[in-house]
Design a protein around this ligand. Structure first.
Ligand code: APR
Length: 249
């Protein structure tokens, strides 16, 4: 219950149903309950692999086999993961016309697996590999085996079609995401520390365009207390299930 005595879940539910024009922005936190570690925090992937050594485009070009040590872990963990109640809750809100799209920073494909149809993959997806030398593309499952590095027909080591640090966001998802942020009535920000640009600019764009910003995160972030209008503290699956119950019962 907020200091002013109002129930934030009810308030968020009211906004979502009145405006029926919500967009979700998701980060690694929504997939934690599917067994995929987030990036930051004590158990995060970056606690094990320094991102400046293992997750930049420059490091991939210089030491692709080293970068594949980290990538192999991501491909293995994501490959074995299934959507959790939060992914399914978002898909249900889309089906019921409350949420119109999901902008995700995640590369695990779990929103589509849960049934979400309008998904903007802001940082790409691990299920495709590209050759940075001859531009051929392959399905990861056809070219990657655990413990090995995937090779292109031209002989070079392939790269997952995900955005590494130092890489630009592909123009289409960036344009789509900004358009969604500018025209939505509510932006629901789920499971992101909002530390990485330009994804972290999306909530501000939405806010400046008149949207209400609802944040679902057990912790405070750089958005909390300034961009965020309603902070629903808790895990993504628990909060989304409560939101669905409040909206549809
Ligand atoms: N439900 C909701 N939120 C959660 C949960 C949960 N069960 N568990 C953790 N969180 C929150 C954390 O409090 C944190 O704020 O999820 C957030 C995860 O933050 P990060 O690990 O920084 O992940 P993210 O914000 O998605 O990172 C953005 O950085 O490393 C790059 O490209 C990578 O897409 C990634 C980007």
């Amino acid at each position: 219950m907020r200091a002013d005595g109002r129930d934030p879940i009810r308030e968020a539910a009211r906004l979502l149903t009145e405006r029926r024009n919500a967009v979700a922005l998701t980060g690694a936190g929504i997939s934690v309950e599917s067994g995929i570690p987030s990036f930051r925090g004590a158990q995060g992937l970056w606690a094990k692999y320094d991102p400046m050594e293992y997750a930049t485009l420059h490091s991939f070009m210089q030491h692709p086999r080293k970068v594949w040590e980290m990538l192999s872990e991501m491909v293995s963990v994501c490959g074995g993961a299934t959507p959790n109640a939060a992914h399914k809750g978002l898909a249900s809100l889309e089906e019921k016309g409350v949420v119109r799209s999901v902008i995700t920073q995640n590369v695990d494909g779990l929103h589509q697996a849960a049934g979400s149809r309008r998904v903007i993959e802001y940082h790409g997806n691990l299920d495709e590999l590209i050759c940075v030398y001859c531009w051929r593309r392959f399905q990861t499952r056809d070219r990657w085996t655990p413990g090995d590095v995937p090779l292109c027909d031209c002989g070079e080591i392939l790269k997952p079609n995900v955005v590494l640090f130092g890489e630009p966001i592909p123009w289409l998802p960036q344009e789509q995401a900004e358009e969604e942020a500018r025209t939505c009535g509510v932006l629901v920000v789920i499971g992101t520390s909002a530390q990485v640009s330009p994804a972290c600019d999306i909530p501000r764009i939405a806010k400046e365009s008149g949207a209400a910003v609802v944040e679902i995160n057990p912790e405070d972030t750089s958005l909390s207390g300034n961009v965020t209008d309603i902070h629903l503290r808790g895990s993504a699956s628990e909060v989304l299930q409560r939101l669905l119950q409040t909206i549809f019962t």
